[in-house]
Design a protein around this ligand. Sequence first.
Ligand code: GDP
Ligand code: MG
Length: 298
Amino acid sequence: MVSKLEIKTRCGFVAIVGRPNVGKSTLMNHLIGQKVSITSRKPQTTQHRVNGVLIKGNCQYVFVDTPGFQKRYINKLNTLLNQSVINSLATVDVVLFVVEAGIFNAGDAEILAVLPQNKNVILVANKQDKLKNKYDLADYLKQLGSKFTFKHELSVSAKHNLGLDDILSSIAPCLPESEFLYPDEQLTDKSSAFLVSEIIREKLFRYLGEELPYSLAVEVNEFKVEEGLTRISATIFVDKTNQKGIVIGKNGEKLKKISSEARIDMEKLLMTKVFLQVWVKVKSGFADEAKFLKQFET
Ligand code: GDP
Ligand code: MG
């Protein structure tokens, strides 16, 4: 009798949760080694679930980058975004609870309160590079560890690629034995059109004020692959007429900057030349409109 040597594979879903700005998107991008989710200094730039996929050894990690959970600007959109964080916690195998090393504020406490007790939750204290006194770190982790039963408590620096292998090896045993669910080359299960709209949103967050981007939306109207060129047309929806002026800027300078930086990122992502047109349209009250909100439900 010939016995076949089988190598068991594991595959599962990992949610990355934490208050805005702790570095969730940076962490996912650096874990995967590619830029799939947008990052910005402004909170809550990720509106949708982006699944980044990583294969390492016999494991396939499927990361879910959640929108920031925040209660500062409450409208129907943000209520739905918060709900989607809670939903993703219920459907994953492992939860990475990301905090900023040395800090634990009301925003962190809100998330801690919704962490599932019956799941593998790993505490990730990010931005350890910002912490001056390294001795405080152990104390900090111990204090947080008394608030919740974490599977592991890790400190890392996503931006500087420190401690990321520890995260992966802590996750691995928690993933169920399973075939790989995604093909090798698949970077993300969202369509390119979606990634393109996220790139535009990232630029909006980068170049507009603190609050305005919360009442903007981006829709990709055309995504056409031609020989050596991708033709993309997108619309930025604003809530009020005066916001349109702010987005476009004096002599169209702001929109030009947003578009041209977005185009450069798209060319890197798609590895083709990109012809990009961006429009700005006023659509009053859309941020509370049921039909518009539907697309954010998961
Ligand atoms: P998110 O809102 O949680 O997704 O946070 P982002 O990934 O968008 O990151 C927010 C900001 O924190 C960005 O300016 C990142 O460059 C920065 N950041 C992320 N990780 C680190 C880190 O390890 N060290 C430092 N110093 N900054 C970081
Ligand atoms: Mg993010």
